[in-house]
Design a protein around this ligand. Structure first.
Ligand code: NAD
Ligand code: IPM
Ligand code: MN
Length: 350
């Protein structure tokens, strides 16, 4: 059955990398049962500067009819930081209640990790990031703004419902992911004695239903240390929105860089959105040197989540092969441009 995909290529390198992802998806359609229909939406800096519009209510109503959203990245130096990020990216994550952010950290080829002596089997974990609450909820404000007595607050919102549903998803994930069946809760319960006390209680409570999953706990500062020193200790990690943001950039680097890191914003009953972890990279935009592999892998994750498990797997295998062949962009030591890497992935699929 045809699945409808909304394409939001966005800003900076966003359109450059999603173009390659689209090419790969079209090739996959040619060689398999995958059947997709695309419609492009213009949201991003250019559209905002032209019209003053971010994502309108009408557009959101329309997006409800899609099976998934494929996003490049948003953010532009001409627009105040936060406007596009909140008005487009976070608005979509929140409006479609994409409460899970799945971010795999997987080393595809040992040559690309900056960590010494680490092999693919050592760096292979799934980070399950809460995606609609925490410090991202947008609650806070200024008191005595602009004075020397100013106080700025940003509250961390943690609801039982929000913590329970992402924790349950993470247990389910850990149970199915591999034989290790281990779930680590990453928090800061020694300081955030309200917010992360709730996380600890829910972690225990939900865990009672998953007796075959080993429960583990680590403070976020210790996790950053351990992800570098002993990444092999991690299997599935569940964490709050802000910590998930930070530790997945670290995860991206240990698996070979931002050019390879993938992100799925999931609503198991609704419209999910797939994107690279990286941003619009204004420093390299327009040069045709951005690494398209994260966007291509995000397309693979989308195909898998839409039910074509094996076909999505094919994209991952093709990416792995192209890395082994050193067909990569300069950020990974290669000498191909963005288009050429996309073409190469298509030729491997062929
Ligand atoms: P960034 O991820 O855009 O770039 C960080 C560094 O990594 C830059 O040096 C960039 O050149 C490099 N890089 C990133 N992706 C790359 C790729 N595919 N290939 C090669 N090099 C790559 O992060 P930033 O500079 O902090 O943010 C730039 C803008 O993007 C900001 O406006 C930010 O808010 C936004 N942003 C958006 C998203 C998103 O839409 N999902 C995510 C992160 C940042
Ligand atoms: C990410 C990004 C976003 C986040 C920003 C751009 C709002 O950094 O997807 O990791 O913090 O979630
Ligand atoms: Mn981030």
């Amino acid at each position: 059955m045809t699945k409808k995909i909304a394409l939001i290529s966005g800003d900076g390198i966003g359109p450059e990398v999603t173009k390659q992802g689209m090419k790969v998806l079209e090739k996959l359609e040619e060689i398999s049962d995958v059947d997709l229909e695309f419609e492009e939406f213009p949201f991003g800096a250019e559209h905002y500067l032209d019209t003053g519009e971010l994502v309108t209510d009408e557009a959101k109503e329309e997006l409800e009819n899609f099976d998934a959203i494929y996003l490049g990245a948003v953010g532009d130096p001409r627009v105040k930081p936060g406007v596009l990020e909140h008005g487009i990216l976070l608005d979509l994550r929140f409006s479609f209640d994409q409460y899970i952010n799945l971010r795999p950290v997987k080393l595809l080829d040992s040559r690309f990790s900056p960590l010494k002596d680490k092999e693919p089997q050592d760096i292979d974990m799934m980070i399950v990031r809460e995606n609609t609450e925490g410090l991202y909820a947008g609650v806070g404000g200024f008191l005595k703004e602009g004075t020397k007595d100013e106080v700025a607050t940003q509250e961390m919102i943690n609801t039982y419902k929000g913590v329970e549903r992402v924790t349950r998803y993470a247990y389910e994930y850990a149970q199915k992911r591999n034989d290790e069946k281990k779930l680590t809760l990453c928090d800061k319960s020694n300081v955030l004695t309200y917010a992360h006390d709730l996380w600890q209680r829910v972690f225990e409570e939900v865990g009672a239903n998953y007796k075959d999953v080993t429960m583990d706990h680590m403070l976020v500062d210790a996790i950053t240390m351990k992800m570098v020193r002993n990444p092999e200790d991690f299997d599935t990690i569940v964490t709050c929105n802000m910590f998930g943001d930070i530790i997945t950039d670290l995860g991206a680097e240990i698996q070979g860089g931002m050019g390879l890191a993938v992100s799925g914003n999931i609503n198991p009953e609704g419209v999910s959105m797939f994107e690279p972890v990286h941003g619009s990279a204004p420093d390299i935009a327009g040069e045709n040197i951005a690494n398209p592999l994260a966007a291509i892998l995000a397309a693979g994750m989308m195909v898998k989540e839409l039910g074509w498990e094996e076909e999505g797997e094919k994209i991952e295998t093709a990416v792995q092969r192209s890395l082994q062949n050193d067909y990569s962009t300069p950020d990974m030591g290669g000498n191909l441009n963005t288009d050429e890497v996309g073409d190469h992935i298509c030729s491997i699929l062929e």
